[in-house]
Design a protein. Structure first.
Length: 146
């Protein structure tokens, strides 16, 4: 089941790469259904905060607190401090990460707050980010605050 949702996040990432954006995708799943899809739209929207996880949560719309507590977040890349904070704020109990080889967010801290973290290190996720970082380091560095 997790593979299906990670593939949906990868599909989001690939679409954004085709638009000239950063190839990071995410889906928010509740009770086995995708309720929010997102992708990094910082470049396309000139946004300071539209990372994939934030976009997926935003696109899910207003949910009840109990809904978030049954949710699973599937990002293609380890969530940064901002996106991890959003997951903690809404008490999303589980995050299935596509890869953390090219970037690792505050996973230990998020785990210490009770969130279950699963890292798949999916080769497609790794390849998308490695190729992007090599070809567009200036955009990548901007995205992670470097």
């Amino acid at each position: 089941m997790a593979e299906k949702f990670l593939q949906a996040a990868i599909k989001e990432a690939r679409k954004r790469l085709a638009e000239g954006g950063i190839p990071i995708g995410s889906v928010l799943v509740i009770d086995g259904q995708i309720v929010g899809r997102g992708h990094n739209r910082r470049v396309q929207n000139g946004s300071a905060i539209l990372h994939a996880e934030m976009d997926a949560i935003e696109n899910a719309g207003r949910l009840k607190a109990a809904d978030y507590r049954r949710a699973v977040l599937y990002p293609t890349l380890s969530p940064c401090d901002m996106c991890s904070g959003a997951a903690l704020l809404y008490r999303i109990p589980r995050i299935v990460i596509g890869e953390n080889k090219t970037f690792q967010g505050p996973e230990a801290y998020v785990k210490s707050r009770g969130v279950v973290i699963e890292i798949t290190n999916d080769p497609d996720c790794v390849r998308l980010m490695e190729e992007f970082i090599q070809s567009r380091p200036e955009i990548w560095n901007e995205d992670i605050g470097e």
